[in-house]
Design a protein around this ligand. Structure first.
Ligand code: SF4
Ligand code: SF4
Length: 87
């Protein structure tokens, strides 16, 4: 069993992998999603300016996403979609 697979009460729980997508052009760069990601993989991309004139949020190490959806729940502008997959 690797460290991402959990055993709770003897029941082996499946690992969840998440994939997040951002509608970058409607992001207002508020950073709320950055602050709630438990794996700290979201950042504001200072190399890019979107249609609204902000640095949009993005993810760099998608393989670390656990699909918790904190980011999507927190985003006030519904920029983020989270897909969850059992692995
Ligand atoms: S789903 Fe969770 S782990 Fe993945 S980017 Fe959003 S807050 Fe981070
Ligand atoms: S919470 Fe939404 S609007 Fe704010 S930076 Fe994240 S994706 Fe952009």
């Amino acid at each position: 069993m690797d460290d991402l697979t959990k055993s709770i009460g003897g029941v082996i729980m499946a690992k969840i992998k998440g994939t997040v997508t951002f509608q970058e052009d409607i992001c207002k760069g508020c950073g709320l999603c950055v602050s709630v990601c438990p794996t700290k993989i979201i950042f504001l991309n200072t190399d890019k300016i979107n249609a609204k004139g902000y640095h949009p949020a993005t993810v760099e190490e998608m393989d670390k996403c656990i699909g918790c959806a904190n980011c999507a729940t927190m985003c006030p502008d519904v920029v983020i979609t989270v897909e969850r997959e059992k692995i």
